[in-house]
Design a protein around this ligand. Structure first.
Ligand code: PLP
Length: 393
């Protein structure tokens, strides 16, 4: 047989797939593993999709997205992200996922290096492999609430570096990068002539700090802004998001996106338009719920002396599970084995820290998108189980 793409053969299956396979669809499990809002998609959004299916032909459409929606995204970006793109700079994509994949394929040639955060969203791994790029990691520091170490980032930049990928509000740490950090990242990208690919899928989920988009500080057209309907509007399964690209890049990004999906379904785009143009109270209500859940979760950790930081956004909390289990800093700890045993013995699912990189190998990630009673029982159960881990047979 001919060989397949060796970059993919070298990919290790992400531990999150393993956790997903163990618990997907099970209602006997307390689900704290995935970043999936437990709210339904607001009714006016679903209604717009049904109206479109009933009244409109669902044919091929423009590869970049329908003009009304691109205009509405441009207006939303001005409102939320603090800069004013034209509709021509907006490319509608199959979620933030499609936006990130399309951007990497547009910006990089095989052999280029992409600077990525450690810890970071595991979804980047296969994208980078498919794009044929290499990665250089820059650290996010637990002692700084998972903000980037800018000196270490600069030290990781080499001549083949092409893209600086950043993610704020962040997964898995939940950090919201302050304005000075974003300004420094923009400055570093400019000084080293890098594209700045900004994953802002959680931009409306900032609780304590204001979200700042790098593109609002970018003076020379090197920042791309990836956005999504998934988290803000509880639309994970609808698969729609966008990229706002500098004018010089937007046409190529449109080609890359059309090559992958041709076009997004019209009814999905109508739903997205209703999300942007309809009432925004649902966004504020969901944000307030996530914030209350964040406070509940940090309170539970604090009671046991295990709260290391308070996430300012997104809906995740990193729990120092090795410490909770009484392991010293130099004693090995296997978060995947722990997460699997927690499912088997306590019916609690969460994300093992090693899924996100080397720096979270002694942590587990709890999703705060789960209901408060699930969170309370899940976190208490997790900490009780951790206390028994070292001495169990
Ligand atoms: C950091 C980050 N970026 C992007 C995505 C992709 O989301 P979607 O493709 O649903 O927009 C996710 C999903 O969990 C994420 O956590």
């Amino acid at each position: 047989m001919p060989r397949s793409n060796p970059a993919l053969a070298a990919q290790h299956p992400n531990p999150m797939f393993r956790i997903g396979a163990l618990v997907y669809g099970r209602d006997d499990i307390l689900h704290l593993e995935f970043g999936e809002p437990d709210f339904p998609t607001p009714a006016h959004i679903s209604a717009a999709a049904l109206t479109s299916i009933t009244n409109e032909r669902q044919g091929y459409g423009p590869g970049n997205g329908i003009a009304e929606l691109r205009g509405a995204v441009a207006a939303r970006v001005q409102r939320v992200n603090g800069f004013a793109p034209t509709a021509e700079q907006v490319v509608m994509t199959a979620g933030g996922t499609g936006g990130l994949m399309g951007s990497l394929l547009t910006l990089c040639a095989p052999g280029d290096i992409v600077l990525t955060p450690d810890p970071g969203w595991p979804g980047y791994d296969a994208m980078l492999a498919i794009a044929g790029v290499e990665r250089a990691y820059y650290p996010l520091l637990p002692e700084r609430g998972w903000l980037p170490d800018l000196d270490a980032l600069e030290a990781a930049i080499t001549p083949r570096a092409r893209v600086l990928l950043i993610n704020s509000p962040s997964n898995p740490g939940g950090a919201v990068y302050p304005a000075e950090t974003i300004a420094a990242l923009v400055e570093i990208a400019a000084r080293h002539d890098l594209w700045l690919l900004s994953d802002e899928c959680y931009d409306e989920l900032a609780f304590d700090a204001r979200h700042i988009s790098p593109a609002s500080l970018d003076s020379d057209g090197r920042a791309l802004t990836v956005g999504s309907f998934s988290k803000t509007y509880a639309m994970t399964g609808w698969r729609i998001g966008w990229v706002v690209a500098p004018p010089a890049i937007a046409p190529a990004l449109g080609l890359t996106t059309a090559a992958q999906i041709n076009n997004l379904p019209l009814f999905v785009q109508r739903a997205a338009l209703a999300a942007l143009e309809g009432p925004q109270e649902c966004v504020a209500e969901m944000r307030a719920s996530y914030r209350a859940r964040r406070d509940l979760a940090t309170g539970l950790l604090s009671e046991r002396g295990l709260l290391e930081y308070t996430p300012a956004g997104a809906f995740y909390l990193l729990v120092p599970v090795a410490r909770a289990a009484g392991y010293g800093a130099d004693e090995p700890f296997d978060t995947l084995a722990f997460a699997e045993a927690l499912i088997a013995e306590r019916g609690i699912a969460l994300a093992p820290g090693m899924a996100f990189g080397s720096r979270t190998a002694r942590y587990v990630r709890v999703s705060l998108a789960s209901a408060p009673d699930v969170l309370r029982a899940g976190i208490s159960g997790l900490l009780d189980f951790a206390a028994t881990w070292r001495t169990r047979p």
